[in-house]
Design a protein around this ligand. Structure first.
Ligand SMILES: [Zn+2]
Ligand SMILES: [Zn+2]
Length: 412
């Protein structure tokens, strides 16, 4: 059935379900929940899956779930599709009927859209499975807490990809027109670590900086010198970047404080530069701090690794897009310095993450994800269902070869 008329089957499915999926997304948008608190979201997804005859299993911490579609024998491929379901702790500043009803919480990263797409894809594939037209098994992963991050690790700990051959995901991209899909082989998102630098000194009167350590001046030097020195000590192709987000020191205009703090993020596209970053930053910090007579303490917190798309998986997304969205749908996605915890799956199995265009063509609005006015052109939901369903089918059909390569084996 599907192999012969996948496009027609998708058209017919979406004609009957697109409005429901948009309503589902709007309901999640109006009731956003931050990482590990997605109880209502989880309940809504599970109820809809159960109504379609599926049996989701909730993850051990109580939010997020996995559900398998199609009975797979041991030699049939298993393909996982992942959506993240959590919202962000920022206010919703849109004026739309489905605006967030929860203070300081908003689906400003489009995870409500990802969830609606995965639900629609699951409903479509469940119909195909019931008709005996699924050439393998599909696992839907509704992952909690991407923004925390850590939800991917919970899925891994629950054995979520233990028998999975390949995994795929989409992420909304408000800089791409709806209908467009951005793909890239190799790194597509960056490592994103957090650093906190605490600086201490004797303190004193601003009349006599030479008799103490001028702590605010030293802090300023650290703020400007560390990013500058990094850019000369690391291969520029690794795109290692340090950007500060918070600084604090002192309480009075005429008193040199005895402590101060600056916090920021370290982003990186290259795995080896990522591994070297903590030691390099420590050495640079010590050299700047000692020149100004202050003590500096670095707390380096590892976050997500870079997301490195496997070539064969990326090609499957591109072939699927060509088939169900047309030959002009695929565009080359730039590397992003954003972090994405999908990276953790790709450390174990091959897969790929693609960018889903969500901008209304011709729109002059220029908003990014994580902004309080972020919104999408909801036609992206139907586009996402088409792409995810076709990608899963394509990956299942080439499943026999999918087990051979190791993750990253085909990467340049
Ligand atoms: Zn986000
Ligand atoms: Zn996101």
């Amino acid at each position: 059935m599907l192999e012969h008329d996948l496009e027609g089957e998708l058209d017919a499915f979406l004609a009957g379900h697109q409005a429901e999926l948009i309503d589902f997304r709007r309901d999640l948008h109006a009731h956003p929940e931050i990482g590990y608190h997605e109880y209502r979201t989880t309940r809504r997804i599970a109820l809809r899956l159960e109504a379609a005859g599926l049996r989701p299993s909730i993850l051990p911490k109580g939010t997020g779930m996995m559900v398998d579609i199609g009975a797979s024998s041991s030699d049939e491929p298993v393909v996982a599709l992942r959506a993240d379901i959590d919202a962000l702790p920022i206010g919703d500043e849109k004026t739309v009927p489905y605006r967030s009803t929860t203070a300081n919480t908003c689906h400003a990263c489009g995870h409500d859209v990802h969830t609606a797409i995965l639900l629609g894809t699951g409903l479509f594939l469940a119909r195909a499975a019931a008709a005996g037209a699924l050439p393998g098994k599909v696992r839907l992963i509704f992952q909690p807490a991407e923004e925390v991050p850590g939800g991917a690790l919970d899925v891994l700990a629950a054995g979520g990809i233990a028998s999975v051959d390949r995994i795929f995901a989409l992420h909304c991209d408000p800089r791409l027109d709806v209908g467009k899909i951005g793909t890239r082989t190799g790194p597509i998102t960056a490592a994103c670590d957090k650093i906190v630098v605490k600086v201490t000194g004797p303190g004193g009167h601003t009349a006599r900086p030479h008799l103490t350590a001028d702590l605010v001046f030293a802090l300023g030097k650290i703020i400007t010198e560390l990013p500058a020195a990094l850019s000369r000590r690391v291969d520029p192709r690794s795109s290692l970047s340090l950007v500060w987000g918070r600084v604090s020191a002192g309480t009075a205009a005429n008193a040199i404080p005895d402590d101060g703090v600056v916090e920021g993020t370290v982003r990186c596209l290259d795995d080896s530069a990522w591994h070297a970053a903590p030691d390099l930053l420590k050495a640079l910090l010590d050299s700047v701090a000692s020149a100004y007579g202050v003590m500096a303490d670095l707390v380096y917190t590892r976050n997500v690794p870079p997301t490195v798309n496997e070539a064969a998986s990326t090609a499957m997304i591109e072939a699927a897009a060509d088939r169900v969205l047309g030959p002009d749908a695929i565009t080359h996605a730039p590397q992003s310095l954003g972090g994405e915890d999908f990276a953790w799956y790709l450390e174990s199995i091959p897969g790929a993450l693609a960018r889903l265009g969500t901008r209304t063509p011709g729109s002059t609005e220029d908003f990014d994800i994580h902004q309080p006015k972020f919104n999408v052109d909801e036609r992206a939901i139907g586009i996402g269902v088409r792409l995810m369903a076709a990608t899963a089918l394509s990956a299942m059909c080439t499943g026999a070869t999918a087990r051979e390569p190791m993750p990253g084996a085909a990467l340049a």
